[in-house]
Structures are given as structure tokens and as C-alpha cells.
Design a protein around this ligand. Structure first.
Ligand code: AFD
Ligand code: MN
Ligand code: MN
Length: 429
């Protein structure tokens, strides 16, 4: 196995922190035992928890306005994989990468799959890109892709998605995530119904090309790049489209793609109730940006989302198989550090949700004891679960303090010597 961070550095660091970790873990074990919770059982649950990282998140994608690259930033999928393997080596939470085409195109996908495997990585959902024109394309996406008036643009977008499925098969993926930038900037620009008809017709051609064990994940987005309307604007549109397409079509919830203050946890419960919860793109948002670090603005909302997931897992209505992925990208931190921090925050919310006493919660709900129902959530949210995550991580071969070891490794400085500089250019995604 090819591991970018030195094993000696990790061992030394973990050994130096073993006593502190044992002390904190034992103290938390005693606290949890008082409420009848076995800390080791929770730790074993964390050991099975993973979240994918996006290949595009390894670069400093930037804001809508500019890109400020850092020395040592990856410039191709091979370098991105290496960075993703650092995140997984330290966190043991992110063993899969979600690729985006055509950005991550190579000539030999079997070789790419082997290259990832040698870095300890597998592949998550394949993402198509019909929101940008590429050199050599016969049709422009300026007026849309799957919902475009231009039949040639629609056919080209369908074909690209089918090509993504084929690439994904070679990589060993089994989900295609479809997000389109289609929409309008002016009232009257397009007919809402006819554009949705065109989207559904084109999407059904992609759906028809899905292998039996694949899912098509429909990602809704309220606005951007279209600012008046988008064709799949919200979970309702996503749900209706998924329902019309068929059982392999599911809804993907990107936390940043809603209006401020929307009750996303309730959306999660709704989608699960009707068997259409496909997966998540975790990130955060304050005003309009949809790609801030997960839990950096509203960690409580992330906890409440995981509380619904814990509820759905405990009381499944049909299938419960949501896929988890980070989708964030901005230009103020080293992306490896941001993804380490986000993966930990996401796992923290998963653990806290696992600590909710669901018997007390349901009992209080049945008795209309609002305060005690709320306290069942509050008690779990207030527990500092860091020692559980650290213990699970160290036992899996990861590190106690991920950011400390990453900085000590001087990985980015080393890459700055080896990699060619990233060009300037506009920010995107
Ligand atoms: C854009 C969208 C969406 C999508 C990503 C990759 O906002 O989040 O997942 O591109 O296609 O940022
Ligand atoms: Mn997304
Ligand atoms: Mn987004």
C-alpha cells in the first residue's frame, strides 16, 4: 500500500497521546455507562461509518469570483487521489472518491482504479458535467442541457451521462449523480412545464442505460447558476422526477442547496418515508454560498439531519441506503485540512445521533411531553464525543490529532516542490 504520510510519524504521535486519549475515553465511558450506554458499542458503530470526498474538493475551487491557488495544489486526478488518500490515511473516514467528468478523464480507467486501490481508495458516485461547455463539443449548454430547447444539446448531455455510467462501471462505482445547471434568469424565459417535460424525457434515456444495480441520484438546487428558476429546484421537484423515472432514481440532498432556514431534517424524513432518500452532499451555507465547510455555520442542523437518519435506520420504511459525501470547496483553507475537519464534524454528528435515547424520545413524544422530547435530543447533542472518534480512528490506523500530524508532515510543502503550479482563471463550483 502506498501511504503518503510516514508511518513512523503517525506511530510516534499516537504513542505520545495514548495516555491522554485513554484518560478521556475512560471518563466518557463512565459518563455514558450511567445512562446504560456501552461506549465500545458506539465506537464499533463509528468504525463502520464512512463519507466520500469529491475529487473537485481537493482543489481550491474558489468562489464565484476568483481562484487563489496554493502551492502544491493538485492539477489532475492522479494528484487529487494522492491528496484524498492523505485525508483517508489520517481520518480513516473517507475511503471513497467521487469523480467528476470530463474533469477527471483519463485514457485507462482500469489503471486509475488500480492506482486508487494502491492508495487505499475506492470510488463513489460518478458525476456528470453538463453545466459547462468543453472544447470540441458540438453543442453549447448556454441555454441548458437535459432541459434545453435544442435537441442536439439534450442528446449530447444524455450521451455524456451514459459515458459517465460506462466509466463508473470500469471504476467499480454504482451511482450516477446528476446535477444540471438548467434554469432561467428572467420571468418568461422558458415555460416551466415544457422545460420539465424535456428534462424528464432526457433523464429517462439516461435512466434506461443504468445497470440493474445502479442508482441515479437527482440533486436539486434552488438557484445558481440560474437565478430566477432552476429545473430541479427543490426536493419536491426532485421527488416527482425520481418517482416518474422509476425505482432506481433517488433524491440527493445537498445541504447548501436550500433557502436559508429551510427545515432540511424534515425533508430527510419525508424522502425516507417514501423510499426516495438517495444520499447527501454535506456542506454548510450562511447566505448564498453552498460550499462552506460542513457544520461550520450550523452544526446543530447537521446533528438534526443525522438524528433523522438514526431514526430512519432504527425504523426503516423500505430501503435505507443513503450515500454520504462531502461537497465543499472554497478558497480560504488548505482543502485537505478542510476535509479532515469536515469529515470529523460529520462523524461527530453521526455519533451524537447514535447517542439519542430513542425510547425516551418516543415515550416523551407519545405523552406530548415537549420539553423531555427536546431534552432527549439536547442531552445527546451536548456530549463531547471526540474521544470516541479518536479511539476509533487510532484503532483503524489513523491519527489522534489529524491536523497536527498533517502540518508536521509538511505534505503540502513537499507537493509544492513536485507539482506544477495551478493556473489562475475563474472560480467554479
Ligand atoms: C455544483 C453544484 C452541486 C454539484 C457540484 C458538482 O452546486 O453542488 O454537486 O457542482 O457537480 O457546485
Ligand atoms: Mn452538490
Ligand atoms: Mn453546490
Amino acid at each position: 500500500m502506498n501511504r503518503p504520510i510516514s508511518a513512523e510519524l503517525i506511530e510516534e504521535h499516537n504513542a505520545a497521546h495514548a495516555d491522554i486519549l485513554a484518560e478521556d475515553y475512560d471518563a466518557l465511558a463512565r459518563k455514558l455507562a450511567r445512562s446504560g450506554v456501552d461506549i465500545d458499542a458506539i465506537k464499533d458503530r463509528v468504525a463502520g461509518f464512512t463519507v466520500a470526498v469529491p475529487s473537485w474538493g481537493a482543489g481550491r475551487g474558489g468562489t464565484r469570483f476568483a481562484k487563489f491557488p496554493i502551492p502544491g495544489e493538485p492539477t489532475n486526478i492522479h494528484e487529487k487521489l494522492e491528496d484524498c488518500s492523505v485525508i483517508n490515511q489520517l481520518s480513516r473516514l473517507t475511503p471513497r472518491v467521487s469523480p467528476h467528468f470530463p474533469w477527471d478523464k483519463v485514457s485507462d480507467y482500469q489503471a486509475l482504479r488500480d492506482e486508487a486501490a494502491a492508495l487505499g481508495l475506492g470510488w463513489d458516485a460518478v458525476n456528470s458535467n453538463t453545466f459547462q461547455d468543453q472544447v470540441g463539443l458540438a453543442h453549447s449548454y448556454a441555454n441548458g442541457s437535459l432541459a434545453a430547447q435544442d435537441a442536439g444539446a439534450r442528446a449530447q448531455a444524455v450521451e455524456h451521462n451514459i459515458e459517465c455510467i460506462e466509466i463508473g462501471r470500469q471504476l467499480g462505482s454504482s451511482d450516477l449523480t446528476v446535477w444540471v445547471g438548467d434554469g432561467t434568469n428572467f420571468p418568461g424565459q422558458q415555460d416551466f412545464t415544457r422545460s420539465l417535460d424535456r428534462y424528464l424525457e432526457a433523464a429517462s434515456q439516461i435512466y434506461a442505460a443504468l445497470p440493474d444495480d445502479w442508482r441515479m441520484l437527482l440533486e436539486h438546487k434552488m438557484f445558481e447558476p440560474a437565478f430566477y428558476s432552476t429545473v430541479i429546484s427543490d426536493w419536491g421537484s426532485s421527488f416527482l422526477a425520481a418517482q416518474e423515472l422509476g425505482p432506481k432514481a433517488k433524491c440527493l440532498v445537498d445541504l447548501g442547496h436550500h433557502a436559508p432556514n429551510v427545515n432540511i431534517e424534515q425533508i430527510v424524513a419525508r424522502l425516507h418515508r417514501f423510499g426516495k432518500l438517495g444520499g447527501f452532499h454535506f456542506n454548510d451555507s450562511k447566505y448564498g454560498d453552498d460550499d462552506l465547510d460542513s457544520g461550520s455555520i450550523n452544526p446543530h442542523q447537521l446533528f438534526l439531519v443525522f438524528n433523522e437518519l438514526a431514526e430512519a435506520e432504527a425504523n426503516p420504511r423500505g430501503e435505507f441506503r443513503p450515500s454520504y459525501m462531502i461537497d465543499q470547496s472554497h478558497n480560504v483553507t488548505d482543502p485537505i485540512e478542510s476535509m479532515l475537519s469536515s469529515a470529523e464534524t460529520i462523524a461527530q454528528c453521526f455519533v451524537k445521533a447514535s447517542l439519542v435515547d430513542r425510547v425516551s424520545l418516543h415515550d416523551a413524544q407519545e405523552r406530548n411531553d415537549t420539553m423531555m422530547a427536546f431534552q432527549a435530543l439536547r442531552r445527546a447533542y451536548n456530549i463531547d464525543v471526540a474521544p470516541i472518534l479518536a479511539r476509533a480512528r487510532v484503532e483503524a490506523g489513523g491519527v489522534y490529532d489529524m491536523l497536527a500530524v498533517y502540518r508536521q508532515s509538511r505534505y503540502r510543502d513537499r507537493k509544492a516542490q513536485e507539482r506544477k503550479p495551478v493556473g489562475l482563471g475563474a472560480g467554479i463550483v
